[in-house]
Design a protein around this ligand. Sequence first.
Ligand SMILES: O=c1nc[nH]c2c1ncn2[C@H]1C[C@H](O)[C@@H](COP(=O)(O)OP(=O)(O)OP(=O)(O)O)O1
Ligand SMILES: [Mg+2]
Length: 204
Amino acid sequence: MITPARLVLASGNAGKLREFAQLLGPLGCQVFPQSDFAVSEVEESGLTFVENALLKAREASRVSGLPALADDSGLEVDALEGAPGIYSARYAGEPKSDARNNAKLLEALAEVPEGARDARYWCVLVYLRHPEDPVPLIVQRSWEGQILAHRRGEGGFGYDPLFWLPDQGMSAAELSAAEKNRLSHRGRALQALVEPFRRVGGSL
Ligand SMILES: O=c1nc[nH]c2c1ncn2[C@H]1C[C@H](O)[C@@H](COP(=O)(O)OP(=O)(O)OP(=O)(O)O)O1
Ligand SMILES: [Mg+2]
């Protein structure tokens, strides 16, 4: 059995928090959103998802006094040479807006034909036992898809209505929450992160 652990989720994104709650709830982890501790948003000044996730986890752990789990993620589009990448959340500028980000992505790909719209989500998870933890746990996973020409579906968050999954025959926003968690970059990264603990019956 997994010993219940307490941890702070270093994210202000409601969509991510919802997915993490679904994934971590059954593991017996007591999960607190960083808003419970008034953690303010850190500047994501890194050049990699790893650096940004570390910055977020460190700050949340420092302020809360708890172990922290952070997620830095984004969308890599081949036809845009990897953009929006680490800038996915602020692709269309501040304040962050999924609707404006999606509109900007459609515009950027307006002339790109169906066969050349490959893309993938990346998710990097960082787990710190304390703010100065010298051995962060880091897991990264991707999720392959294609960018649609029109929105489809109402579920998920972020770029999901534009993220087409050929094997599923639907967009990420048309999947059930459970199905998205089973397949997604975030869901699979989290499974990989907790797996060793599950095996030894320990806790994060
Ligand atoms: O499963 C996903 N489904 C749709 N979109 C997604 C997903 N995963 C990441 N994304 C997009 C959303 C956002 O545009 C960016 C993450 O940016 P990222 O900085 O990691 O998150 P954020 O600023 O929204 O919240 P926070 O930093 O507080 O965790 O990638
Ligand atoms: Mg962010």
